[in-house]
Write a protein of this length. Structure first.
Length: 252
């Protein structure tokens, strides 16, 4: 009888502990942080890009700045295919150029909050822009991401925006050996590599104070291991992206 009683107590304790672990795992609230967004456009096939790639890693130490790297595909014909590249990142860069009525895009480039288009390796010029910028959000939202469903609520009106982007990026540093092309025989460190860029359709509810995306409307927003999420709120010139009004990020 005593043995049975001890076994029952152990089962009960394990059950309680399992319940606590499950609650802690699935009830976790993400801490979303407001930041200045620095979008780097780079390529493993570009021999002038490594200084900008290194600069991104340094900027990532600044708490008020989120530098992320879009690897473009238009240098892949030079003998080395970028292992992180995607056509949609090249398209985003081209759309930025169109947003300011320009046909000029290049690597390395950095675009800060959608407003400042700069050479990504010109540290002094980029630092000067970042120093004078305000990283406070236009309004503080309540952001909830659970089971691939996302809800954003505001108690005060944020700055006007036309687009919302859900961005996944890998915050780990990847040392990539490159055997061909302009960076042949180099090993280059890349960080905050964007792995997914999704434009979310705007669906307002609660008298224009809430946005929600669910599995029912086809918005399966995953949050994989070893990734962070950035939510980018952006204006357009009617067609193409321009000013970034707010950016928030959190860990998966």
């Amino acid at each position: 009888m005593r043995l049975i009683r001890l076994m029952c107590i152990r089962v009960l304790v394990l059950t309680v502990l399992t319940g606590l672990i499950s609650t802690a795992t699935f009830g976790k609230e993400r801490a979303w942080k407001s930041v200045i967004l620095a979008e780097f456009f780079t390529s493993q096939g570009c021999n002038t890009c490594p200084p900008a790639d290194s600069y991104l890693l340094d900027l990532d130490k600044e708490l008020a700045i989120l530098p992320i790297a879009y690897h473009v595909d238009y240098w892949d014909h030079l003998g080395w295919v970028d292992t992180f590249a995607d056509r949609k990142y090249s398209d985003r860069q081209r759309d930025y150029a169109r947003g300011i009525n320009s046909t000029r895009y290049y690597t390395p480039q950095v675009i800060i909050d959608g407003s400042y288009h700069l050479v990504g390796s010109h540290r002094n010029k980029v630092d000067a822009v970042l120093t004078k910028m305000n990283h406070q959000p236009s309004a503080v939202p309540n952001i909830n991401l659970q089971d691939e469903e996302l809800t954003i609520q505001w108690s005060a009106n944020p700055a006007d925006f036309d687009q919302v982007y859900y961005v996944l990026y890998d915050p780990r540093v990847h040392n990539v050996p490159i055997s061909r092309g302009e960076n042949r025989d180099k090993v280059i460190a890349y960080g905050n590599v964007v792995t997914e860029l999704i434009e979310l359709p705007l669906r307002w509810s609660n008298q224009g104070t809430e946005l929600q995306w669910t599995k029912k409307n086809g918005s399966n927003l995953s949050c994989p291991k070893h990734h962070n999420i950035a939510l980018i709120f952006q204006q357009t010139n009617g067609i193409y992206p321009t000013i970034v009004t707010d950016t928030f990020y959190a860990t998966c």
